[in-house]
Design a protein around this ligand. Sequence first.
Ligand code: PHE
Length: 478
Amino acid sequence: MDNSPVKRASWSGQLAFILAAAASAIGLGNLWRFPYLAAQYGGGTFIVVYLALVVTLGFTLMVTEIAIGRMTHQSQLTAYSKLHRGFGPLGLLATIIPVVIVPYYCVIGGWVLKYFWTYAKMAVTPGTDLMSDPGSFFGSFIGAPFAPFGYGLLFIFVCALVIALGVKHGIEKSNLVLMPLLFIMAIGIALYVVSLPGSAAGLKYYFVPNMDALRGADGGFSLAQLARTILGAMGQMFYSLSLAMGIMITYGSYMRPGDSIEKSVRRIEIFDTVIAVVAGMMIIPVVYMFAVKTGTPVHDAMNAGPGLMFVTLPKVFADFGRTGAFVGAMFFLLVAFAALTSAISLYEACVASVCDLLHMKRRNATFFMFFVIAFLSVFSALGFGVWGKITPMGMDFLSFFDFVTNAVLMPIVAIVTCVFVGWVLKPAAIEAEILKGEKRFVARGLYNVMVKYVAPVLIGAVLVSEICRNLGLFGWKI
Ligand code: PHE
């Protein structure tokens, strides 16, 4: 009875939950952000730091959120106030985050649809600027007055359809189709890239720790560089695991008490990390080869930010001729699936919050949120064209929303959540929830230390560094 505002929906089993959480976690962050951060921060060095953070800090936060969801049977908006009235505002803050993120995430999803469609057409009839001049193709597409909004709207609409069908019939079923396809395509493309002659140098660049990334201007080991690598990896980890924005609380609220939270979290982490690492194997070797061929410094080619996916990679695909159109179509289909399942989780976190607060029916809440999201997406969709002159804090709208959520709101929600659980609710309450589906909480000791002390301090460092970096304070630029 997914439609009922009274009886809460549930996943059909532990595997369905793991798949849904992994589907949320695996997204643009894995396919695009992880590879370029890894390239930027010294390949293997970054991967090692990232892994260490996932199994400690990421584990702690994910366990916390899922347990809060399952123990309250509420989404993030009302979960905190159910546990402690004083922490109600934290729920509100955690709900604002997906409401702000989902519109711009869908706008980028729209760009991906446009690219998929263009490559699919090119596989049949060659041509278009995307082959001859990817830079101006991208610029003129995102600067157009209507197209970016139109594609974004289509993307939002598809998410709405899945969500309206409910937890079991919509989200669960769509994951059952999209996730295996995603895995197959990712492995397929990575194998193709690895088999290309000359890919070995790129793979080496990606996997072998490059200690130069930890050297300062004087050539010696730099503590500041190490700190930047850790902070960069930590920001990526939050984003990639969909933490600190209430999604895991909402998804946890649909989890059955007998299922194991600890084991589920470990599996979600494995899925998410494997796809991130495989994404690097798809992207880094080809960009490396292309950089060498065109005489571009490798570091600059990798460091193209959003341009890496929408401009640099299309240049590489163009180099492959007709095969490039097929590979391009397959690549962007893969990205579209990953982005879709992540956007669905964001949208669901909003819908569940509306349902819980107003006791609304799922379909009505989905419809209501469709208009809110579509309206908010206009800003990000037009921010590179018609509204390009409006630049809040010197940023385009999309970057501004990204900054406010990722750099400011998410760290705040994560710190307050840890302080709340560590010192007010007490870790024993989380443990009790975990023990409903498990004989023993294996990582209990680690969890207690992390949630009480380490996590708030580390996340505080992310907050300060992100703000300094984005506002260019203290000469902090990465
Ligand atoms: N975790 C997703 C990714 O890696 C991104 C995401 C962010 C998903 C916010 C949901 C919410 O791309």
